[in-house]
Design a protein around this ligand. Sequence first.
Ligand SMILES: *[C@@H]1O[C@H](CO)[C@@H](O)[C@H](O)[C@H]1NC(C)=O
Ligand SMILES: *[C@@H]1O[C@H](CO)[C@@H](O)[C@H](O)[C@H]1NC(C)=O
Ligand SMILES: *[C@@H]1O[C@H](CO)[C@@H](O)[C@H](O)[C@H]1NC(C)=O
Length: 314
Amino acid sequence: MLLIGAFTVNLVLALSACAMPTLVQILGTMKQFQKDWTFPRVTEIGASINYTLFDPDVIGRVDITNTFYGNELNTEYLFGAFSSFGTSKTTSLIGVPLNSTISELVIQGDTVSLSLIAMFNWTVKIVPVQVNFFFKFDDEGKVTQYDAQLVHSSWLFQTVLPGFIPILAKELGLPVTTNPFILVAKRAAMDICAEHDQFCTGENLQYKSTEECMNFIETAIPFGDYWQAGQNSGICRYLHKAMVSRRPSVHCPHIGPSGGDMCIDRDYEETVTKNPFKKPFIGMPEGIAIPDSLQPTHPVSFACQGDCHLKMKV
Ligand SMILES: *[C@@H]1O[C@H](CO)[C@@H](O)[C@H](O)[C@H]1NC(C)=O
Ligand SMILES: *[C@@H]1O[C@H](CO)[C@@H](O)[C@H](O)[C@H]1NC(C)=O
Ligand SMILES: *[C@@H]1O[C@H](CO)[C@@H](O)[C@H](O)[C@H]1NC(C)=O
């Protein structure tokens, strides 16, 4: 114990001159995040609306969905949504994180690269999912921005789909030989439209009737795949229906025909090159500049001025 204590103190001293927040703060935050991003703990965090480890203006991007601005939205999507999927009365088509192990971790100054192998309960199967994060911290040790990617996300649906077939067929009263995409689309449509009917009323109404809603989800748009959870798809609206009951005025448009600003047709090149972040996720040891030839081309990356303590130009 003494040895561990002394080691920790030495690390803090060694890094305090150049790293704000301290390494110990960042490690504590990473450990806490790992603990918090588990079902059913996500329920408490979701209900808090503002996650304590996030800055109020946190920007978070998840490659298979969207970019979220501010603590409330980020808490809803990272935590609240999973709380809803974990307590669904019908078979949930989206899994919930149960626990995770850290498989890769690099900390450089206020920037962290973290890879988690998270065990997800995908209702019909426990599946490991690799999630890679970049995090950036402010001086108080709060996350100001994160960039998350689901590795192999395009492989996930085909991995879990066979398990859903018999369960959905039985639940929906359809033959087990029904096309699997029809089964998932019907399950999604029924759940989305039930949320819509209950919570999207008055000004928030998106569909004139349950039938119109069912038709739209089942026939007007593709169900899609998990990597299309931020596109004009059924799976995107299914993801967003998890948030509708808590804040209908914000989320009803996302499950409607327009998709709000979330479930929409997107341009590949724009998606790849657009950078929503205020600062670059570049953690260079203090004083070392990146040669011009290696600098990324994202225009926003180099907009940081004054408070940007990284020296970007030689
Ligand atoms: C979350 O934080 C924001 C800004 O800090 C605040 O305006 C909002 O009221 C908070 N929401 C809740 C539910 O506490
Ligand atoms: C994670 O959860 C799974 C499923 O409940 C369990 O089998 C596994 O032992 C857990 N792993 C850890 C590291 O807690
Ligand atoms: C996985 O989810 C299903 C459906 O919600 C539940 O019945 C089961 O107990 C869960 N398994 C674990 C290990 O959490």
